[in-house]
Write a new protein. Structure first.
Length: 146
């Protein structure tokens, strides 16, 4: 049965509640407990998705850097001396960021062996790796070995 409440809104009385409106403390605690359980399940999934995204960006940036080093080497008949050479010659707009470390200055470059270099007087960059000393929790390999 509907009736007019003291504040002027139309409401229904629940049989057995004797005029009380709202939720009981136990009902609120059940809802809060369910919310807490859902949040504690969602946080690790969210953190893992962020880590997967960073690792994906790292793989993409390493691929881009390695491709640019190869293109520079083939075009100029000598390897670049630094990553900044790739920017100054127009192969990159800017040196990409290492998402694991959080900056673009921590890249570990591997210089080519002078006896194997195209220009033996100026050996340059042969490969690039992440500057992070961390290990990927998803596949167990060190980021610096990627």
């Amino acid at each position: 049965m509907a009736h007019l409440s003291p504040n002027g809104s139309l409401s229904r009385r629940v049989p057995g509640r004797r005029g009380r409106y709202g939720f009981t403390f136990v009902e609120l605690m059940v809802v809060i407990t369910i919310i807490v359980i859902l949040v504690t399940m969602a946080i690790p999934i969210y953190q893992k998705s962020i880590l997967r995204a960073k690792e994906s960006v790292l793989k993409s940036n390493l691929f881009t850097l390695r491709t640019c080093v190869d293109n520079y080497t083939y075009d100029k008949q000598k390897a670049p001396q630094s990553l900044q050479d790739l920017v100054s010659e127009g192969y990159l707009k800017e040196v990409p960021m290492d998402p694991i470390v959080g900056n673009n200055t921590s890249w570990q470059i591997v210089m080519e062996d002078a006896s194997q270099a195209l220009n033996q007087a100026e050996p340059g960059i042969f490969d690039v790796h992440s500057g992070s000393d961390k290990t990927s929790p998803l596949d167990g390999t060190a980021y610096k070995d990627w």
